[in-house]
Design a protein around this ligand. Structure first.
Ligand code: BTN
Length: 253
C-alpha cells in the first residue's frame, strides 16, 4: 500500500460509527498518544490515527510495544456510554479480523490475541474522563502483520508471531486495515447498543484458556487456579471464586 494511501482505504465500506477522519503518519511516537491529543482538540468518534511505524509504541501496564514498519498500528477515538468491557470488545474485533484472514486467532484474557501459542496482537484501551460530555476512550490496536523473526528483538523471538508467519504469506496492509475497521465498527455498534454482556458468549468461544489451569501474578501475589468463565462485567472468574479485573501476568499452564 502506498503511504499515505492513494485512495481512502475506507472507501466503499458500510460503517456506522467508525468512519474517520483518518490521520496517516509515516512515523509517530505512539498513535494512542496522538489520538488522545486529537480527541482533546475535539476529534469526533470514529477518528483514526494510523502510523507506518511507532518509535515509542505503548503496551499495557507501561510496557513498550515493538512497532516497526510492517505491522498495523492504529488508534481509534471512541465516545462510548461506558468503558466496562471495552478493551475486551476490541480484542474480539481484532481476533475476528485475524480469523477472517485464515489465522486461528484466540483471545487470552483480558485482550491479547494469540495464535500458535504466541502473541499476535494487542489492545491498549485508555479512557479519559472528566465526568462530562467530552469523555472519550482511545482504543489502540497493534497487529503484527508482516513481521518476520528478524523484526523481533531477541526477547520477543520465542513469544511473538505475526499474520505472515502464521499464514506463510504476507497480508495486504490496506486490506487488513479495511477488515479491522469493519470489525471494530461492527463490534463497537453491538457494544454501544447492549454493553459488553451480549459479547461474552462469542468471546468465551475464542478463549481456550477457560477450563484450564492458569498461573496469575497480581499485586505481588502469585497463585494457580482454573479459569472458569468471563463474567458480564469482563472479569475473569476462577473456579475457587476469585474474580480478576487486572493482572500483571497470566500464564496458561
Ligand atoms: C499490549 O498487548 O500490551 C497492548 C499493545 C497495544 C499496541 C498498540 S499499537 C497502536 C497503539 N499505539 C500504541 O502506542 N499502542 C497501541
Amino acid at each position: 500500500m502506498c503511504w499515505p494511501p492513494c485512495e481512502c482505504p475506507l472507501e466503499g465500506l458500510e460503517l456506522r460509527r467508525i468512519q474517520g477522519p483518518v490521520r496517516w503518519l509515516e512515523e509517530v511516537d505512539s498513535t494512542n498518544r496522538l489520538a488522545r491529543a486529537w480527541a482533546l482538540e475535539g476529534a469526533p468518534e470514529g477518528a483514526l490515527v494510523v502510523a507506518r511505524r511507532q518509535t515509542a509504541g505503548r503496551g499495557r501496564r507501561g510496557r513498550a510495544w515493538h512497532s516497526p514498519e510492517g505491522g498495523l498500528w492504529l488508534s481509534v477515538v471512541l465516545r462510548p456510554p461506558a468503558l466496562e468491557g471495552l478493551s475486551l470488545a476490541m480484542g474480539l474485533a481484532v481476533a475476528r479480523t485475524c480469523r477472517e484472514l485464515g489465522v486461528e486467532a484466540e483471545i487470552r484474557w483480558p485482550n491479547d490475541v494469540w495464535a500458535g501459542g504466541r502473541k499476535l496482537a494487542g489492545v491498549l484501551a485508555e479512557g479519559h474522563s472528566t465526568g462530562g460530555a467530552d469523555d472519550f476512550a482511545i482504543a489502540g490496536l497493534g497487529i503484527n502483520a508482516n513481521l518476520h523473526s528478524s523484526h523481533f528483538p531477541p526477547e520477543l523471538e520465542g513469544t511473538a508471531t505475526s499474520l505472515a508467519r502464521e499464514r506463510g504469506q504476507e497480508v495486504d496492509l490496506r486490506d487488513l486495515l479495511r477488515r479491522t475497521v469493519q470489525q471494530v465498527d461492527g463490534v463497537y455498534a453491538r457494544f454501544t447498543a447492549g454493553g459488553f454482556a451480549p459479547l461474552v458468549p462469542e468471546l468465551a468461544a475464542l478463549c481456550p484458556m477457560l477450563g484450564r489451569p492458569v498461573e496469575v501474578e497480581s499485586s505481588g501475589d502469585r497463585w494457580v487456579g482454573v479459569a472458569s468463565r468471563i463474567a458480564p462485567d469482563g472479569a475473569l472468574e476462577l473456579e475457587d471464586g476469585r474474580r480478576l479485573h487486572q493482572v500483571e501476568r497470566l500464564r496458561v499452564l
